[in-house]
Design a protein around this ligand. Structure first.
Ligand code: FDA
Length: 387
């Protein structure tokens, strides 16, 4: 039996950040063959590692206040300072989203360096866990088994998104076993689907749009796919959408379509309505819309009533997705280990001293745009500091 002060399950974003604080008497295990695989593929290989405009209201979870403390104590500025200290060049892409100039692998190398003397055991999985005040973990790796007695156990195995990359529900199983509640989980930041290939003909077409789910609206790009809709505005809205509900889409954000058509009626009365709309929207999208709503006739023939109706329809296009692409492609998992059982300052269990949950495993989910990594850094740091 080996003894370590701290055993961390999961060498992803949160686990590595935590290990960087806990010092050399730490063992980090992961069943993957490399640490930080999601960091590596994130942001198209450049990792959108944080956002300049981190705000608590841009995170979802049962308790809208839980994440405030950790995010305030280890901020985006702290992570930016670390990135800069490691000589990693970065840039803001859009909406405060920060990316590496070169490669996401630099972020993994930085975290690996910050972990110092902590041991990283890859291709290693937990096969048994008992608790007698300490945590006794039986681990299996290609070379055999090892049994480790740890004073503290940090669960950083993430959520269920992308099982192909090794995502498992281990964190939820451990949480339940130690008397924690786990809130309902569902895929988030995920493309939404329609049953009948409704948008197959315009797959690949994108346009700026305001996509609203309930009270929350996102003003970003929207993309049509063979199976449904995607793009940043839709991914964002997917976190707020529920089965059976409709999304409301403004296809012409910032354009007063009624005023525009009234002006066209005066100055270009002979122009076909579809021709005018194709000046504002992608041609193929207009063709699809024309197959669903009446876009016949010329601008000069439009009545005030019809102009108002067109403006209302294109400004509030109602789409009712039937589902989502699921965990196969979801960027994150909404829900997770209930925050009422954790300390918001340290992420430690209120039921079992020495047990911590961090990162995506916890019921805190951020917007698209660097928010989820910032939660992983902040929660990992909070637990690591407390340990
Ligand atoms: P994470 O998933 O990173 O790490 C968990 C670790 O635990 C993994 O290494 C896994 O192998 C290991 N593990 C799981 N089960 C195990 C088991 N049973 N035994 C042993 N090990 C186990 N966010 C963002 O802010 N900006 C971005 O650009 C992106 N981009 C992005 C792209 C894609 C394709 C995805 C899927 C996700 C993103 N995200 C993102 C989200 C971001 O990747 C995510 O929120 C963090 O990685 C969560 O960090 P964690 O450390 O909690 O889990």
């Amino acid at each position: 039996m080996e003894n370590v002060a701290t055993l961390i399950l999961g060498a992803g974003a949160a686990g590595m950040m935590c290990a960087a604080q806990t010092g050399p008497d730490t063992l980090v295990i992961d069943h993957a063959k490399a640490p930080g695989e999601k960091i590596r593929i994130s942001g198209g290989g450049r990792c959108n590692f944080t956002n300049l405009d981190i705000r608590p209201e841009r995170f979802l979870g049962e308790n809208p206040h839980f994440h405030k403390s950790a995010l305030a104590r280890y901020t985006q500025w702290d992570f930016i300072e670390a990135v800069s200290r490691h000589g990693i060049a970065w840039h803001e892409k859009t909406l405060g989203q920060l990316f590496c100039d070169d490669s996401a692998k630099q972020i993994i190398a930085m975290l690996r360096a910050e972990m110092g003397g902590a041991e990283l055991a890859l291709r290693t999985r937990l096969v048994d866990l008992t608790h007698d005040g300490d945590f006794v973990a039986t681990l299996e790796h290609p070379g055999g088994r090892r049994v480790v007695r740890a004073h503290r156990l940090v669960v950083a195995t993430g959520g269920k998104s992308i099982p192909k990359m090794g995502a498992t529900g281990l964190a939820y199983d451990i949480a339940r076993r130690f008397g924690h509640r786990v809130t309902d989980t569902r895929p988030a930041l995920v493309p939404l689907t329609f049953p009948d290939g409704r948008f197959g003909a315009i797959a690949g077409v994108s346009a700026p749009a305001t996509v609203r789910a309930g009270d929350t609206a996102f003003d970003e790009g929207m993309l049509f796919t063979h199976r449904g809709i995607s793009g940043p505005a839709v991914l964002q809205a997917s976190s707020y959408w529920r089965e059976g509900a409709a999304l409301e889409i403004d296809l012409l954000p910032g354009t007063d379509l009624a005023a525009h058509l009234a002006e066209g009626r005066r100055s270009a009365g002979k122009r076909a309505l579809v021709t005018e709309l194709a000046r504002l929207l992608p041609q193929r999208l207009v063709e699809l819309l024309a197959s669903e709503i009446d876009l016949t006739g010329r601008l000069g023939d439009l009545s005030d009533t019809r102009i108002a109706a067109l403006a209302a329809t294109l400004g509030g296009w109602e789409l009712r997705p039937t589902g989502s692409e699921g965990y196969r492609t979801a960027e994150v998992t909404l829900g997770g280990v209930a925050t009422d059982g954790l300390s918001s300052k340290t992420m430690e269990s209120k039921h079992v001293p020495g047990l911590y949950f961090i990162g995506e495993a916890v019921d805190v989910t951020g917007w698209l745009g660097g928010y989820n990594f910032q939660w992983a850094w902040s929660s990992g740091w909070a637990a690591g500091q407390a340990i």
